[in-house]
Design a protein around this ligand. Structure first.
Ligand SMILES: Nc1ncnc2c1ncn2[C@@H]1O[C@H](COP(=O)(O)OP(=O)(O)OP(=O)(O)O)[C@@H](O)[C@H]1O
Length: 631
């Protein structure tokens, strides 16, 4: 992440309520990636160097966004402080540009939910719209009419219990007539699909925003807007076409949408607060009628009806011992079963031709981690004395009389987390004792068997991940009963640690997608069968309803294979679309990818098990191709 482009020299300027900051030699923000592009400029995801907090930097190009408009958006945002309005934290200026520094909303926009593959339950949808109205009510109290409400301007932050909505983009917001606004009634801008009839005559009021919210509510429920077409056709429809609701439209919302979408502004809800309160009543009634499915509030993507997926068993061979570590390197398979390491030939792709392991190696403790890069074996063992850990690294020689070399790193700890960088040059570890939450973080050079820097005290992280040869993530959950969060720190191969970002809920079992290194997959701690897809640059989070509670998460070039111990397998593409399920019918103990579409499963039941090579090939390929074409 360090090698990412960094914004040049910035300094803060003085504006109304914004802290005055001295000229900085470097910006306080490091840009992580571009999130979006509006008509006025780009929006970046950036991290505050000191606090690790994420912000959105909205570049408002001089060319398309004159200073008066820029100052207007800034002044509106500074006036409005509400949990449902995106907050502006300052302004960054440098000779090449100027940026609004805003809350970062990693859950995307309402457009992602509407266009996603899944669906939120009705109660969840009502809740989103109610929150939009609460934010708007605050703007209206200050005589500010948003004038550009559309799903792209409704930002989302995923929280443990659902979503926090933030209304954004006050770029064309206007003051109401009652403020004596000299521009009142001049021209119109906005998105015709969400514009109230009076706006086509240059008129607007708080009722125009209520009309736009009515369209949003309709679109969330139905999946489409009530009126469509080119701007002229849209104008005619908003002005003249009677609204008809599809028969399946939830009756408790029918009258609310009808009222919000009245052609005459004075016949709509008198205020955003009034519409919010009507929705709160509907939400209560909907809850009384039928409780939403367990996690119905949460998702971008829902589990589709189970698709029958046929995975062909390509090869199968019986196992005489249970396997809990399985990895492939070139022509060989490495299998671990606690205190024994086995090598099995896989050379011609068919281990049925090689019914027995080539060698086995007794270990002085229990295998905690096994990784093989080409012919370099990396092994972490817990034992022989309690609290002792040994890390071994050696080149595989295929000698039959193999004996374990001397450990290259010895560690003492009740608890240990360790993760090897790709290629095996560094080993990051956190050691801790059983009784306290304190631990020590350190990076070791495996070739020199030396720590690269003194150990850094840290709260014992729950997870340690490596992203590439130079970087990794320490993940902690310093949560209280009322405030749950997952905090990520970035570390480098020199052993330095920097605050990175945080999520407002608990995520466990995180796995780095080794094919992109920019994606993580984890599981929500608070919601069973909920997957979390995290894209790092820029930060974006998707929640996915799963139909398994996976113990194994295996990245593939096309997505993820998830499996529970009972043999239930689910397949997911990179965007979180769950496209297939099958059952292996055996207890899975280890999984290893064997190529683009081949996956090896070790199973064990009672006294016996199998090594099964499954081909997911043609079906996965077809589904992924269809998805790409659809996009
Ligand atoms: N604070 C933010 N946090 C996270 N993403 C954001 C934030 N602000 C904007 N975005 C993303 O950037 C995109 C562009 O935002 P922006 O407000 O510039 O334009 P827009 O609303 O899409 O379009 P227009 O400016 O044409 O109305 C948004 O759709 C959203 O995906």
């Amino acid at each position: 992440m360090e090698s990412l482009p960094v914004l040049g020299v910035f300094f803060m300027v003085k504006t109304a309520n914004v802290a005055v900051m001295p000229l900085f030699p470097r910006s306080q923000y490091r840009i992580i990636g571009q999130i979006g592009q509006g008509q006025f400029g780009r929006v970046y995801c950036a991290i505050h160097r000191l606090t690790g907090r994420m912000f959105a930097l909205k570049d408002l190009e001089h060319r398309v966004f004159p200073t008066n408009k820029f100052l207007r958006e800034l002044s509106y945002l500074l006036t409005l402080r509400h949990p449902n309005i995106v907050a502006c934290h300052g302004l960054e200026y440098h000779p090449g540009g100027r940026y609004l520094v805003m809350d970062y909303c990693e859950g995307g926009t309402l457009r992602d939910i509407i266009d996603g593959d899944g669906d939120l339950c009705v109660v969840g949808k009502i809740d989103l719209v109610r929150q939009i109205l609460l934010g708007l009510a605050q703007a209206h109290q200050h005589d500010i009419v948003h004038c550009d409400l559309k799903p792209e301007n409704i930002l989302l932050i995923p929280r443990g219990e659902g979503w926090q909505v933030k209304v954004s983009d006050f770029g064309i917001a206007r003051l109401t007539a009652k403020t004596g606004n000299p521009n009142f009634g001049k021209g119109y801008t906005g998105s015709p699909a969400y514009m109230a009839p009076e706006r086509f005559y240059g008129k607007f009021s708080v009722a125009s925003d209520i009309y736009a919210v009515g369209i949003l509510l309709y679109e969330l429920i139905v999946g489409d807007r009530p009126f469509s077409g080119f701007p002229k056709a849209l104008q005619t429809a908003h002005l003249n076409t009677r609204l008809t609701l599809p028969p399946e439209f939830p009756p408790l919302l029918g009258s609310i949408v009808q009222r919000a979408l009245e052609k005459l502004p004075q016949r709509r809800f008198s205020s955003a607060a009034a519409m919010a309160s009507a929705l709160a009543t509907a939400q209560k009634q909907a809850l009384e009628q039928s409780l939403p499915q367990a996690n119905g509030y949460l998702y971008h993507h829902l589990a589709p009806a189970s698709l029958t997926f046929t995975a062909t068993v390509k090869h199968s061979t019986p196992l005489l011992f249970p396997v809990n570590h399985l990895t492939r390197a070139g022509l060989w398979l490495y299998l671990g079963n606690g205190t024994e390491l086995y090598l099995w030939q896989y050379g011609d792709g068919n281990f049925e031709h090689h019914p027995l392991p080539r060698w086995s190696l007794g270990l002085p403790g229990t295998m905690a981690n096994l990784e093989v890069n080409q012919d370099q074996i990396n092994l972490l063992i817990q034992g022989g004395e309690p609290g002792e850990w040994q890390f071994y690294q050696w080149q595989e020689t295929l000698l039959s009389n193999l004996c374990l070399p001397k450990p290259c790193i010895n560690l003492q700890a009740d608890r240990l987390l360790a993760n090897l960088s790709p290629g095996g040059k560094t080993l990051a570890v956190v050691v801790g004792d059983q009784s306290s939450a304190k631990g020590y973080f350190q990076v070791w050079r495996t070739d020199l068997c030396l720590a690269v820097a003194p150990a850094l005290p840290t709260r014992c992280p729950c997870q340690l991940l490596t992203l590439d040869q130079n970087h990794g993530l320490l993940v902690q959950s310093p949560s209280t009963a009322s405030h749950r969060q997952t905090v990520f720190f970035l570390f480098n191969r020199r052993g330095s640690v920097f605050p990175a970002f945080r999520l407002s809920f608990l995520v466990s079992q995180l796995v780095v997608n080794r094919y992109s290194r920019n994606h993580l997959f984890g599981l929500a701690d608070d919601a069973p069968q909920t997957g979390i897809l995290v894209r790092l640059q820029p930060l974006k989070v998707n929640r996915i309803a799963l139909n398994v509670q996976p113990q194994f998460v295996q990245p593939f070039p096309w997505g993820y294979l998830l499996a529970d111990r009972h043999g239930e397998v689910a397949l997911l593409d990179y965007e979180g679309f769950l496209f297939g399920n099958f059952s292996l019918g055996e207890t899975i103990t280890a999984i290893a990818p064997m190529g683009r579409y081949l996956c090896l499963f070790a199973t064990w039941q009672g006294n016996g098990g199998n090594l099964r090579l499954l081909d997911l090939g043609s079906q996965v390929e077809n589904i992924i191709r269809q998805r790409q074409e659809k996009r």
